[in-house]
Design a protein around this ligand. Sequence first.
Ligand code: SF4
Length: 544
Amino acid sequence: MGCSHREVNDRNPRYDGLALLPVDDQQQRMFDEGLEFEDEVFLELARLHKVSSMRLSDDPEAATLQAMARGDKVIIGASLPIVDHRGGRPDVLVRHGDAPMSNGKWAYLPVDVKNSKPLEGDSKAKVWMVGAIDAPWLDDATATDLGNGKAKTDHSLQLAHYWLILRDLGHAPTIDPIGATIASDKRVVWRLLDDGKNSFIAEAQAAWDERWAAIDAMRNGEERHTRPVYRDECKKCRWHDVCESELIAEGHVSLVSGVGVIQVRKLAEGGIETIPQLAALDPVNVDANPVPKYAALGANIDAARVYLRDDGRPYFKRGAAGFVVPRADIEIDFDIENDDIVYMYGLHVSERIDEHTWTDGEYLSFHTYDRSDAAAEGRLLAGFWGWLHATVAGAHAAGRTVAVYCYSGGFAEIPRMKEASARNAHVAGVPSVDEIGALPSHDWWVDMHEIAKQLHWPSRTLGLKALAPMSGFAWDADDASGANSIIWYRAACDPTNPDRGVMGAKLLRYNADDVLATRDLRRWLHDGVHGRGWNLESVETLTG
Ligand code: SF4
């Protein structure tokens, strides 16, 4: 459901006509692909169940209510009326049961079409009720192991929202709240919306109540209930520029790295709302500050001091000792690119010349833009894995040290490579999921994001794109971003696209720049630690 301030802004007449942040190419591509997938599923459901989408009707809401009154077994493109301010358009409603309920109404369950995997993360595998779109009813689902992961929270909250509308309309059955998604593999995956421990129903209800209280307050000209707080969600929000300028104008604490929604709430309890106020607190005797104590308070105060100093360099954390940027005789910087498959492994190899100097090195890649070759992803992974391990073994055999550097490998490279392994386990030379999971246990594996986290940075995030420019690095492409790389990849793979060669070359340059950014960042930090060109100092040198 996301940020409640957005809901208030969306309804604030003060902003009528204001130009908001446009949808970027990546978001547009995702919307378009989502709609395309939805159309495909709707057509298949219509063919299988001899129904047509309510959205084709002149009055989708009335058509949906009529279909529910008739007890249609599958209703696609549903549109539910607004009850208690709450309205919604579940993609599909499936009938539950073979007779109307005691109130005389048919029971329905909400199903949403999602062009994504049904699960996310690495949670322990459990059994899910899974069905097929030719029989999308809960009673036809069977217990199925879908591997590791949990149901996506935002999908569960959306289904909970639809359940609440069905309940208010008298069409929810008297069973534990449940809903399903039709995922990209077109399986119907059911999840409980209240399992006794976690209740998405309660969460959706609480969020709804809070939002409507805030909207009412705004409409009645009362003191506002919501305010902008900078968070990940803001980067892609249409209100970004409006909220960001308000936050910058007031110097709000949420602009400081590590200060999120929870910390903002705690600080506000002590009357601390601006960065100078936060920086002026005592980072050592945190109990002496007029705010409720929380674990990261001291670190937040120091981060505010670094933010205000704004001299384009990081600082050691308070009391830090033994900060090391690992170096080796052979240094390999590494990054992957992926869309629905991992299509590129990029590496930059440099070698030690003397104590403080390394060669410029060279870039190499394992990549493919040929989507007609089903085994290509597996062969790439096998090729990269063989090269990496042969290089490490060769260095060790020659008595040389080696280090392999990634940036956020635990969130990016390792999970994506595990997925590639699972998809291609039959291809010769593909490492197992466990072998990939063991990468961080090697003494030659270095995640530079983990090292960056040991410092305070004058930036809002610790992403490579935010930190590497401080070392002087610049990406070749002005529009370099993970999101745009997917658009370039689609073009590079399209045999009918006259620009495919240019896009393929652009991707290689983009990947090479990513690994060079990691290289330059770590070399610069290493220089700072050893006082070559600049000194990495402690935050203890800064005062509030
Ligand atoms: S920019 Fe951030 S704070 Fe503002 S409405 Fe969007 S998500 Fe909320």
